[in-house]
Ligand binder design. Structure first.
Ligand code: ADP
Ligand code: MG
Length: 268
């Protein structure tokens, strides 16, 4: 089943095209990473998938909704099926692990329970399952500001899972973590992907992590997809193209990234 289909999709901001005419199909249950140097449009692409960045051209279908002409109610319903995880955790610091995770269920049923911090046995059991999935059950009643970075990110994953999403979008979820915590967090995302069949799309700065955890890698450079395939097929040349030196492209007067000078550039 297709979860995402982009056709000649251009995304960006008012007067700036960032992602330029890409074609992309992502199937249910994929664990995919978007890699590339900073500023190439990874976040713009990821956040375009829940309609946070604007479509400037082409078509984008997410979970059966056409984002180029979606209404407010439909958009709210769509976003409830998409969990989002950021580099900065975005937890409520003074709330406990349990209450933060429960806030992921809000749109479903837990509004009153979360307000009064009272959970039925069944709700507690569900929350406990999510805590076990991310390995944070020992800290259930700890305040989130007492946790380490890696623990906080695992709480953020549990909160996203509690939303029972179809898709999780993770924007550089491990870039502020040490390597051991980073691996633990990516392992946790992978577990969620397997256990619940959630499609996971993650921006990753480090190629090593993409190789280790993902079944598919998208290399972005200059707003275009320069690689799309399994990590084991990433050749040195492909890596050089993805992480190529930034060059000024006189043709469309925007910054492009090339690992070599194309003929048009050398001639200019
Ligand atoms: N809110 C915004 N308004 C205008 N330009 C933006 C905005 N956010 C990002 N950009 C620009 O879009 C380009 C791509 O940014 P981004 O998607 O954040 O790249 P990456 O995540 O790969 O580092 C950059 O040139 C950045 O300056
Ligand atoms: Mg980014």
């Amino acid at each position: 089943m297709e979860h995402i289909k982009a056709e000649n999709l251009t995304l960006g901001y008012r007067h700036k095209k960032v992602v330029k005419g890409i074609d992309l199909i992502i199937m249910k249950g994929e664990f995919l990473s978007i890699i590339g140097p900073s500023g190439v449009g990874k976040s713009t692409l990821l956040m375009g998938l829940n309609a946070t960045t604007s479509i400037l051209g082409g078509r984008l279908n997410v979970l059966g909704c056409n984002l180029d002409r979606i209404g407010q109610n439909e958009l709210r319903a769509l976003r409830s099926k998409i969990g989002v995880i950021f580099q900065g955790f975005n937890l409520v610091a003074r709330l406990s692990v349990l209450d933060n995770i429960a806030s992921g269920m809000l749109h479903r049923k837990l509004l009153l329970a979360a307000l009064f911090k009272y959970y039925s046995r069944q709700q507690y059991e569900e929350l406990y399952e999510y805590m076990k999935v991310v390995g944070i059950e020992q800290e259930a009643i700890s305040r989130c500001d007492r946790l380490s970075g890696g623990q906080k990110q695992r709480v953020a994953i549990a909160r996203a899972i509690a939303q029972r999403p179809e898709i999780i979008l993770a924007d550089e979820p491990v870039s502020s973590l040490d390597p051991v915590s980073a691996r633990c967090v990516l392992e946790t995302l992978k577990n969620a992907n397997k256990k619940y069949g959630i499609t996971v799309i993650s921006n990753l700065h480090q190629l090593d992590y993409a190789r280790e955890f993902c079944s598919r890698v998208i290399g972005l450079n200059g707003g275009r997809i320069v690689y799309d395939g399994p990590p084991e097929h990433l050749s040195a040349a492909a890596v050089a193209e993805i992480y190529g030196k930034e060059r000024h492209d006189p043709i469309d007067n925007t910054i492009r990234h090339f690992s070599y000078a194309p003929a048009a550039l050398s001639a200019a």
